[in-house]
Design a protein around this ligand. Structure first.
Ligand SMILES: CC(C)[C@H](C(=O)O)[C@@H](O)C(=O)O
Ligand code: SF4
Length: 463
């Protein structure tokens, strides 16, 4: 009796090494500018080429500015990385969606948009949030630069088979509770290391009823509980999403692919190494108060006391000190300075719809700087076509150009030291959004509520 994961994994094993890792064939290799230059240099020094350029896709995202993308990139380190990606892609015949290209965007946003991401595929990228693509029933995981070189050279990777975990979320979600809240809730329950060594399958009504965008948000955050990746069995919604996209098969090839995709589910008696079940009704809109994504709670709750938690009291206290919060504080009403809507977690059209739903007819709070950054040009175009931009503009917001932006602040979008940002991204580490910056992770609804009130606010009051 096989799990979904077993089926996809087993069909990609090229070679089994006794007492060692499996050699897996990789269907899709996504590449960005930060983790690829050294890998390409490695190929050059060994005088070898890219084995399957047609299975390799490059996009520029981490270092790209989010205003005036038509002008040369000023920061020399960023400019060099972007130039290297362009030159390496051209030299090896790899599709390259650079700055200004109509298909450019965050690697994990554009892959699904153009049908590069498909059910039952193995997908890797030199980036931890590659887990996002698991939303389609793919085995997708992040790899390091030396592995990027290995995949470029051989289209294969050596990987020990991870342990399996199924996380069920049953029942329905309450009003104002989004996929981001589901993920932050699970991480708060498991901690950031709770799924270390596992590959997760998400199952249950809550995921069944979720849109593809929502499933991507959840799978994206798998890595923040330590998992190697996360996946959801493909269903009609998945096929509906992938159909008709540029790299999706058509005609007889579609029928053949669909016949395989229809077999991708976990069989009833299949066993997982670990299985957890949560109730959708227990989940509230979430917010983080500390410096790792596991330090999250329902927005109406008080910050836990160190004594009430298991584990390192001193690390916990240090984290709150960095955030300048106290044990027992309520998060509601805390003043904030920045709002970031974007990233590969929440930079898709549905996220902009949710944000707009709250800010419609209201005004951005004067104390808030808001960065609204679409995950790709396709998302940007949809925001305009659907009329969301008009609503956002009337509410005092501006739209920026696509990229990773303030998610990790490798470009100019840095939150200043000591300032608070309500952010729809995925990491709230010390200095993640700029040296000394303080990040509160939350959903697009919570971000919107903060943007119009200037403080942490329960979005349910504004819906
Ligand atoms: C730059 C890259 C290696 C990194 C990652 O792997 O996740 C980045 O995308 C991040 O989100 O921190
Ligand atoms: S948006 Fe953030 S998490 Fe996603 S790839 Fe870019 S930097 Fe990493």
């Amino acid at each position: 009796m096989k799990t979904l994961f077993d089926k996809v994994w087993d069909s990609h094993v090229v070679k089994k090494i006794e007492n060692g890792p499996d050699v897996l064939f990789i269907d899709r290799h996504m590449v960005h500018e930060v983790t690829s230059p050294v890998a390409f240099l490695g190929l050059k020094s060994r005088n070898i080429g890219v084995k399957h350029p047609e299975k390799t896709f490059a996009t520029a995202d981490h270092n790209t500015p989010t205003i005036n993308q038509h002008l040369p990139v000023k920061d020399p380190l960023s400019a060099n990385q972007l130039k290297a990606l362009e030159e390496n892609s051209k030299a090896h015949g790899i599709s390259y969606w650079g700055l200004g290209h109509e298909k450019n965007g965050i690697v994990h946003v554009v892959g699904p948009e153009y049908g590069i991401t498909q059910p039952g595929a193995t997908i890797v990228c030199g980036d931890s949030h590659t887990s996002t693509h698991g939303a389609f029933g793919a085995i997708a995981f992040g790899i390091g630069t030396s592995e990027v070189e290995m995949v470029l050279a051989t289209q294969c990777i050596m990987q020990p088979k991870p342990k399996s975990m199924r996380i069920n979320v049953v029942g329905n979600l309450n009003k104002g509770v989004t996929p981001k809240d589901v993920a932050l809730y699970i991480i708060s329950q498991l901690t950031t290391s709770g799924a270390t060594g596992y590959f997760v399958e998400y199952a249950g009504d809550v995921f069944k009823n979720m849109t593809m965008e929502g499933r991507m948000t959840v799978c994206n955050l798998s890595i923040e509980m330590g998992a190697r990746g996360g996946m959801i069995a493909p269903d009609e919604k998945t096929l509906e999403y992938v159909k008709g996209r540029e790299f999706t098969p058509t005609g007889a090839a579609w029928d053949k692919a669909k016949a395989y995709w229809d077999t991708l589910y976990t069989e009833e008696d299949a066993k997982f190494d670990k299985e957890l079940t949560f109730k959708g009704a227990d989940i509230e809109p979430m917010i983080t108060y500390g410096t790792n994504p596991g330090m999250g709670m329902g927005i109406g709750k008080d910050i836990p006391t160190a004594e009430s938690l298991e584990g390192g009291v001193s690390t916990y206290k240090k984290s709150l000190q960095y955030m300048a919060f106290n044990e027992g504080d309520s998060m509601i009403g805390k003043p904030i300075d920045f709002v970031f809507l974007g990233s590969c977690t929440n930079g898709r059209i549905e996220d902009f719809r949710a944000f707009t739903e709250i800010v419609k007819g209201k005004q951005k709070a004067p104390n808030v700087t808001a960065w609204l950054v679409p995950g790709s040009h396709k998302v940007e175009a949809a925001i305009k076509e659907e009329g969301l931009l008009d609503i956002l503009t009337a509410a005092g917001f501006e739209l920026r150009e696509p990229g990773c932006s303030a998610c990790l602040a490798m470009n100019d979008d840095k939150v200043p030291a000591g300032k608070y940002a309500v952010s729809t991204s995925n990491r709230n580490f010390e200095g993640r959004q700029g040296p000394g910056s303080r990040t509160l992770l939350a959903s697009p609804l919570v971000a919107a509520a903060a943007a119009v009130t200037g403080k942490v606010t329960d979005p349910r009051e504004l819906l």
